[in-house]
Design a protein around this ligand. Structure first.
Ligand code: DGJ
Length: 683
């Protein structure tokens, strides 16, 4: 049996008897319910299995029924022939005399009995501007390690919804590793339990339900989020590549397309802009070879609640109509101006949120999430709150208001969907008193309902998942989006680590990476322009600055860099990633993107938009304090017998690197030095 087959063999429900000869019932469970009559155990019996084809994927369904209670569980496993990832999820329903309380309802809950002397777990943790820190530990005998995120929104910060569990030692190229990622933007819990003697390892992943049980009425179905599983006997790198391939091929709406080089207005102008500021920015991005202009926060609201330079982030959220004082000719005019320059047009929105100082909050105070008897805990700007997305009327209003805005921009090509507040007032006037804990799950279901409606109406529009930076870095949102804003921290030195972390699970094309001003607005660090470009080129490159702040020689540099990026973009965005050197272990980071299987250059399934990139691209990114630093890399992404020629791009002063077989040698010259190489097969 493969590791994946072992992982998928069972589903641990509270109360099932352990296998023969053991008299205990399962108490560490992925599914736990209190029946309508108060009983607490489940005894599920398999009722039947079915296999069906779903657009080329195979879906296996197993139905279970409780021996005594009218309580049913259906498990689904979906697989594809072009990648080794599978999705699994569970549906729960019952017809008991009254509601059932779900204390746990994991997407995946299984004993993964792969013999191993040690079990380890890798996960991502962080906070605002410090996303995706790689965190690793062992799970000792008798321990339960839980990774959980309870924010409600922006959940990816505290603990990203994905993890890798290693059975025995593992590194990039070797070891047995199970990757588990939840397609869920809400709260999550992932647990690894090791028995006292280390012979049994159980892995669980699902919605976090410690915020209260979920009340499930008779006849209703509770569907868990999907968990994506990947098994590799060849280390973590392969787990990442399988996640990347699956996400591009089977999850993201435009995962097979090349994503555009864009300029987002935020760091270039913040709230302070006129029409002229924006058209000047468009001129700049056009000159540098960009393909899209995105207008960030500050374009909406009216009268005393306008989101203007004075009010900044204190007003206007919820009032989705253009601020005509600031933009008298409207958004359509701006989109036309972009089109005149050959640029596509995108727009920032923050649909989940509202300011207390807004017309919407005045009109519908009952639409804000809040606990009636408690004072409001206020977020960003001292006025920001979360809307009650469990309430369909709220979602209908936001849909209709934003739809009007989108209709005023016929050429709209991109939406940046932001979210800048956690659920800190967890109460809903829409949900009945005894259903208040359902809020956490129902909120995310409401969010997906809205995202799906927007997607259905304008399927060609690309979406960026943003939540104060990387708070929406998860596969749940990526079903409706093509990328996430990786972090508000745009300092390239910090980005080396953040992007390294994000790449453990998420593909390069989904990682928005923008070249910004120096000194950096967040960290005040000064870095060379080349370094800023090289780091941004490792993902979906763009800009976040006002081009007028660049000197003429910097504009010339940027033009060449954008043109180089476009050349390597198919390989970076659609190729296979090999992480060659970790910034956590070396004074540099090195990444290799390969066009197709291990440098065969055949392009495993073609590249986005039919364009072909180079056979491979290698990035070497120095860190802050290294002086002259010899670097010797084993290019693991190349076939053993590959014969390649190498050329350095984006360099005024090349590093004189030498390639012998799979060994690449060069010397980094000091802090923030970096190099990018294109490899071409010559055999
Ligand atoms: C937070 C985002 O991460 C930023 O990029 C920017 O869009 C601001 N919000 C705007 O308020």
């Amino acid at each position: 049996m493969s590791g994946l087959e072992i992982a998928l063999a069972g589903y641990l429900a509270f109360g099932q008897l352990l296998p023969q000869g053991q008299h205990e019932i399962v108490k560490h469970a992925g599914l736990q319910a209190i029946h309508a009559d108060g009983a607490v155990t489940l005894r599920l019996r398999e009722e039947g299995k079915a296999v069906r084809d779903e657009n080329g994927a195979t879906v296996t369904t197993v139905r279970y029924k409780d021996e005594r209670y009218p309580f049913e569980v259906t498990r689904h496993v979906k697989s594809w022939s072009d990648c080794d990832a599978v999705e699994t999820w569970v549906e729960i329903k019952h017809s008991e005399d009254g509601p059932v309380k779900l204390l746990r309802a994991d997407s995946f809950a299984s004993a993964v009995d792969v013999p191993a002397k040690e079990v380890g777990v890798l996960s991502l943790t962080g906070k605002w501007a410090r996303e995706a820190n790689v965190s690793e530990s062992k799970v000792a005998n008798g321990q339960i390690v839980e990774l959980a995120s309870k924010a409600g929104t922006r959940n990816a910060w505290e603990s990203n919804a994905a993890m890798m569990v290693s059975f025995g030692p593992s590194d990039e190229e070797s070891g047995q590793v199970l990757g588990v990622a939840l397609e869920w933007t809400g709260t999550t819990s992932r647990r690894i339990r090791r028995s006292w003697d280390g012979k049994r390892t159980e892995v669980f992943a699902g919605v976090d339900m410690t915020t209260g049980p979920y009340t499930l009425d008779p006849g209703k179905v509770f569907t868990t989020p999907r968990a994506v599983l990947v098994w590799s006997a060849k280390g973590r790198g392969e787990v990442s590549r399988q996640f990347h391939r699956w996400a591009r091929n089977h999850l993201m709406p435009h995962g097979r397309e090349l994503h555009p080089v864009l300029l987002n207005s935020w760091e270039g102008s913040y709230f302070s802009f006129t029409e002229k500021t924006l058209t000047d920015m468009m001129d700049g991005v056009k000159e540098m070879g960009g393909e899209m202009f995105v207008l960030d926060d500050g374009w909406f609201g009216r009268g005393k609640y306008a989101r203007d330079d004075k009010n900044q982030d204190k007003t206007g959220l919820g009032d989705w109509y253009v601020n005509e004082e600031k933009l008298p000719r409207g958004l359509g005019y701006l989109a036309d101006e972009a089109a005149r320059r050959g640029l596509k047009f995108g727009l920032w929105v923050e649909p989940e949120m509202v300011n207390t100082r807004s017309w919407l909050a005045e009109e519908h105070p009952e639409w804000l999430l809040r606990e009636e008897k408690r004072p409001l805990a206020l977020g960003r700007g001292g006025t920001q709150l979360v809307l009650d997305y469990t309430n369909p009327a709220v979602r209908d209003r936001i849909f209709s208001d934003l739809d009007k805005v989108y209709s005023s921009i016929p050429s709209l090509a991109y939406i940046k969907w932001d979210s800048n507040q956690n659920i800190v007032n967890p109460g809903s006037t829409f949900l009945p008193a005894d259903r208040q804990p359902n809020l956490w799950y129902d909120y995310t279901i409401g969010l997906y309902d809205l995202l799906a409606r927007f997607q259905a109406k304008r399927p060609h529009v690309m979406v960026q998942a943003c939540a104060s930076g990387g708070g929406h870095m998860d596969f749940g949102f990526l079903r409706y989006a093509d990328e996430f804003w990786t972090s508000d921290d745009t300092d390239p030195y910090m980005r080396v680590f953040i992007q390294w972390g994000a790449s453990q699970f998420y593909p390069a094309c989904a990682m928005a990476c923008h070249v910004t001003a120096s000194p950096n607005h967040q960290t005040k660090r000064e870095t060379p322009l080349k370094y800023r470009f090289d780091v941004a080129m490792c993902g979906r490159m763009g800009f976040e600055l006002h081009p007028k702040d660049l000197k003429p020689d910097e504009i010339e540099f940027a033009k060449r860099a954008v043109s180089d990026y476009k050349r390597i973009r198919p390989t970076v965005q659609q190729g296979d990633l090999y992480r060659l050197a970790s910034p956590y272990e070396n004074p540099y980071s090195a990444l290799m993107y390969v066009n197709g299987e291990r440098g065969t250059g055949n392009g495993e399934r073609g590249t986005g938009n039919g364009e072909r990139g180079p056979d491979a691209v290698v990035f070497v990114l120095g860190l802050k304090d290294n002086g002259e630093k010899p670097v010797s890399l084993n290019l693991t992404g190349l076939a053993e017998n590959a014969n390649c020629k190498i050329s350095e791009i984006n360099a005024a002063d090349p590093h004189g690197a030498a390639l012998e077989g799979r060994n690449l040698r060069l010397t980094l010259r000091g802090p923030y030095d970096s190099a990018v190489f294109v490899l071409t097969r010559i055999d």
